[in-house]
Structures are given as C-alpha cells and as structure tokens.
Design a protein around this ligand. Structure first.
Ligand SMILES: NC(=O)c1ccc[n+]([C@@H]2O[C@H](COP(=O)([O-])OP(=O)(O)OC[C@H]3O[C@@H](n4cnc5c(N)ncnc54)[C@H](OP(=O)(O)O)[C@@H]3O)[C@@H](O)[C@H]2O)c1
Length: 282
C-alpha cells in the first residue's frame, strides 16, 4: 500500500479525500488518501516524511501553500509564477512542488464556456491565492482589460505588482467599496469571484449587488465557491446571464491534475465528480 494525502490546518472541510480516494479505488490503484493535519511547528518534518517510498506525495492547502516552498527540492514553473504549491510529488526521495489551481480553473472554464479570453474584459473579485492562480491562467490568453477588485486595495495593488510590469497597461485595481464609482458603465466578458463571499455559513454578501451591474447576457460568471451549489452570486447572476458556474468543476479539475502528477494516469473525472456531488449536494 502507498499513500498520499492533504497537508493543512484545519482540514475538516476538505473534499479532496472524497474524490481522490474514489479515483484510486476506481482505477484499482492501491493508494490510501489520508488527512494529514499539521501544526506549523511540525510542517518541516511532515514534508520530509513524504520522501519515504511509501508516499506518492501530497496536496497542500491553507495555510501552507507558500510555506512549503523552501522545504522542497524543486518547484515547477507554474507554481513559481503563482507563488504557491498545492501538489507535491515524491520521485525517489526528491520532492517537487506543483500548482494545479490555474490549470484547474482554465480547464473548468473551457469545459463550461468554450471561448477564448483574447481581447476580452475580465473582472476578478479578490486578491488572495486563488485570485492569483486565476489571473495566471487568464493573462496567458491575452485579455484586453483585467480589473482586480478587492476589499483591501493594498492587497490588490500588491498582487498587481507581483504579477509584473509586463501587464501594467491592462490591469486596473480597485477597492470593492468603490466598484460603482470606478468601473462606470458596460459589462464584463468574465466575472470570477475569488473570495469566500457566499460560502455556506457566511453572511458577507454586501458586495454582490454592485458586481451584478457588470453582468450582461454574454457574461460568464464563475464563482469559485461551490457550497452551496447555488451560491448567492450564482442565483442573482442568473437573472442576467445563463453562463453561470460554481467552483465544483475547478475543484475536480485541479484534483485530476494532481492525480495525474502522482500516478501518470488520466484521472477518472466523472467518478471524482459523482463522489463530490454525492457528498456535497445529496
Ligand atoms: N473551486 C476551487 O477549486 C477553489 C480553489 C481555491 C479557492 N477556492 C475558494 O475561493 C475562496 C478564496 O480562496 P483563497 O485561497 O483565494 O483565499 P485567500 O488567499 O485567503 O484570499 C481571500 C480573498 O477573499 C477576500 N475576502 C475574504 N473575506 C471577505 C469578505 N467578507 N468580503 C469581501 N472579501 C473578502 C480577501 O480580501 P482581503 O484581501 O481584503 O482580506 C481576499 O482577497 C475560498 O472560498 C476558497 O474556498 C475554491
């Protein structure tokens, strides 16, 4: 038996064990996907333990996606760009860090709304880790305008700086509170919510009404939140557009990319999707 799992703290909410284990079982690969809750003081030992031949590697989640970087032997280019690692692979004791969030987002987007972002206008709400992964994917497709709207303007500005001067001309940053004042008229081609607003158990949706103004019939709305299935942004955006999606497909696609890194096999996406839907929505 070999192992993989997820390193984070806390881990109670994680759905990765559900769909990754379903995938291993379906493929008859003898791997057990474990929860690996880890205190900050134990992170280095935890990461080093992955060098054992028993481990294929691990996923990494909040709050360690950046902290693991100096503990690894090599970092894949995409993870360097995003500045965070969500997947570690163990190859004969050598640990390499990857980030599959950007790929997961772009795959889910192309599955749901197959069109190019070239010359399009994109509104990204949020400036944390997932916003950075989303922007890394989006910017590769040469949109003509990207607005980063965040509660804290300082964090949005820092994200723009980190992305690099190459994109200075097309990226605007605004405070979410000023969205009405600064964005003027017109709709966006893609609106992505990269904040926990609307997540089950939260009541922090005051920013959605101003965002809705920028959604038209051709706007693709992608909420990275997937629980509840119909988030407040989704139910409201449906009044303006039919191209409205939650974050479930991104979750599956980033997990499928991790599965492929560990096993070399294409993941059984449908099995993974069914396992999560069963757990979350039934
Ligand atoms: N579907 C998927 O596969 C997937 C993948 C990754 C993340 N996610 C989801 O995406 C969300 C963000 O994750 P993350 O990793 O980017 O988190 P993060 O790095 O902690 O960033 C959180 C972002 O949300 C903003 N925010 C937090 N609470 C807010 C509130 N009450 N009102 C307005 N803005 C608020 C923060 O703004 P400030 O900078 O002002 O604090 C920040 O921009 C989470 O819900 C996560 O579950 C989904």
């Amino acid at each position: 038996m070999q192992y993989t799992g997820i390193i984070g703290n806390p881990l109670g909410h994680s759905l990765s064990p559900v769909f990754q284990q379903a995938a291993f079982d379906h493929m008859e690969i003898e791997v057990s996907y474990e929860l690996l809750p880890t205190e900050p003081s134990a992170l280095e030992n935890r990461v080093n333990s992955l060098r054992s031949p028993e481990f294929l590697g691990a996923n990494v989640t909040i709050p360690y996606k950046t902290d693991v970087i100096p503990l690894l032997d090599d970092i894949d280019g995409e993870a360097v760009l995003i500045g965070a690692v969500n997947t570690i692979a163990n190859q004969n004791g050598k640990l390499t860090g990857y980030n599959t969030d950007s790929l997961g987002f772009m795959k889910s987007l192309s599955n749901e709304a197959p069109y190019s972002l070239g010359s399009k206008h994109v509104l990204v709400v949020g400036a944390g880790g997932s916003a950075r992964a989303v922007l890394t994917g989006v910017l590769k497709e040469a949109p003509s305008r990207v607005v980063i709207a965040n509660r804290s303007i300082d964090r949005a500005m820092a994200l723009k700086r980190e992305i690099g001067t190459e994109y200075d001309q097309i990226i605007d940053v605004i405070a979410l509170d000023d969205i009405d004042e600064h964005l003027g008229e017109g709709t966006f081609d893609l609106v992505v919510n990269c904040t926990p607003m609307g997540m089950k158990g939260t009541t922090n949706e005051k920013y959605f009404p101003p965002i809705l103004k920028y959604i038209g019939p051709n706007t693709v709305v992608h909420d990275l939140v997937y629980n509840p299935r119909e988030t407040p942004l989704i139910s409201n955006a449906k009044k303006y557009s039919n191209l409205v999606f939650n974050g479930l497909e991104m979750l599956i696609q980033q997990g499928a990319a991790s599965f492929k890194i560990w096993t070399g096999n294409e993941a059984p996406i449908e099995i993974m999707r069914e396992a999560v839907q069963e757990k979350l929505y039934n």
